[in-house]
Design a protein around this ligand. Structure first.
Ligand code: URA
Length: 361
């Protein structure tokens, strides 16, 4: 259930924000839409208070009217530049917490220019805006509500027959993989008496996690993320109330590579039809690409320009793409669970990025 926080500047867009709130209540329950934070108790740190309020939400709508950038204090200082400006504090908090932030343009509002924004708001410029026009307010808010639902709604439940069909389809892929004697890693698999590692978990998961290739522990068991990296993945899932049975986990290469190395282009290409078949069975609403290699492969496959970016630049970003099977699909790159074993700050990022997945559960 998506929870929506409406952020607005009274002097700029109070009327529009109120109208937006009323129209959103045609689509969402009143408990899902927050507009004015209740008064902050005396003596309480308002930044922490607002952080906590934003933490309860999945989506922040930053309503921007024509004066959004320019509203000033009596001494001429632009409000946005003040660290005490609630509009700025709330948006910065949502960006920092990697919530979905949608700039909603109303009454002739435009996206601000980079020179006019304090540093903590600059990431806002990379968020797609949504214009709600006066003359078609209701229709535009209907579209906005659809967009919010698309990024934030779970899949409908399967009947037991549909679930059995998916399980059978995955079994068939696993069998084909066992018999894939022309695989570049088949001989190694046989020599070491390893198993191929197709993936495991919920065949109808909303969240599918994909990484580069199984390690030796995984190949011995025939299950992905079974070793130390698996323990980190399980810990992260646990932090958002999920278990391995709730999600699907796989890799771009489905056999052990024989050493700690990056998979080659040919190896990735060889397994691509198997991976595509798995994706088409599970049909997740979010694919989490764990690690720089997996992110590059996945984003390249979906023609996303961020494929060239480093994982440190794109982790935790929610990227809408066209699902090959139709419907909504988002890609979220994250650090690799094995990489964070050696870096407390990367681990903290990974944990934060996982928080963002809560809305898809
Ligand atoms: N690392 C990966 O990339 N995949 C696994 O399955 C396990 C560790």
């Amino acid at each position: 259930m998506a929870r929506i926080f409406i952020n607005y500047r009274r002097q700029d867009s109070e009327g529009y924000a109120g109208r937006l709130y009323d129209h959103l209540l045609r689509h969402f329950d009143a408990e899902q839409v927050f507009m004015d934070v209740d008064s902050i108790p005396p003596g309480v740190d308002f930044v922490t208070f607002l952080d906590d309020a934003i933490a309860q939400c999945d989506v922040l709508l930053a309503v921007m009217g024509a004066q959004w950038e320019d509203v000033c204090e009596s001494d001429g200082t632009r409000r946005l530049m003040l660290e005490t400006d609630f509009v700025r504090v709330e948006i910065a908090s949502a960006l920092r917490q990697k919530k979905i932030v949608i700039p909603v343009l109303v009454g002739g509002g435009k996206m601000p220019s980079t020179a006019n924004l304090p540093d903590d708001l600059k990431p806002l410029l990379r968020r797609n805006s949504f214009e709600v026009k006066h003359a078609q307010f209701a229709a535009d808010v209907d579209r906005l509500a659809d967009a919010i639902r698309r990024v934030a709604s779970p899949k409908p439940l399967l009947t037991s027959a549909e679930r059995a069909e998916k399980e059978a389809a995955l079994k068939a892929i696993r069998l084909d993989l066992m018999n894939a004697t022309d695989s570049p890693l088949y001989e190694l698999r046989q020599a070491k008496r390893h198993f191929p590692v197709l993936g495991d978990g919920n065949p109808d998961a909303s969240l599918l996690f994909i990484s580069e290739a199984p390690g030796v522990n995984e190949a011995k068991e025939g299950r992905p993320f079974f070793g130390q990296a698996g323990a980190v993945l399980n810990e992260m899932l646990d932090s958002i109330g999920l278990h391995r049975e709730d999600v699907y986990v796989t890799n771009f290469v489905l056999d052990y590579l024989g050493a700690k190395r990056e998979p080659t282009r040919d190896e990735i290409a060889y397994y691509a039809p198997f991976v595509d078949r798995v994706l088409d069975v599970v049909r997740p609403t979010v694919i989490v690409a764990m690690g720089g290699t997996a992110a590059r492969v996945l984003l390249t496959r979906f023609d996303q320009p961020e494929a060239r970016d480093k994982i440190s630049q794109i982790h935790g970003k929610l990227m809408p793409v066209e699902a090959p099977w139709g419907g909504a699909l988002h890609i979220v790159p994250t650090y690799h669970p094995a990489a964070v074993l050696y870096s407390a700050s990367w681990k903290a990022w990974l944990r934060e990025d996982f928080q963002k997945l809560r809305m898809f559960v």
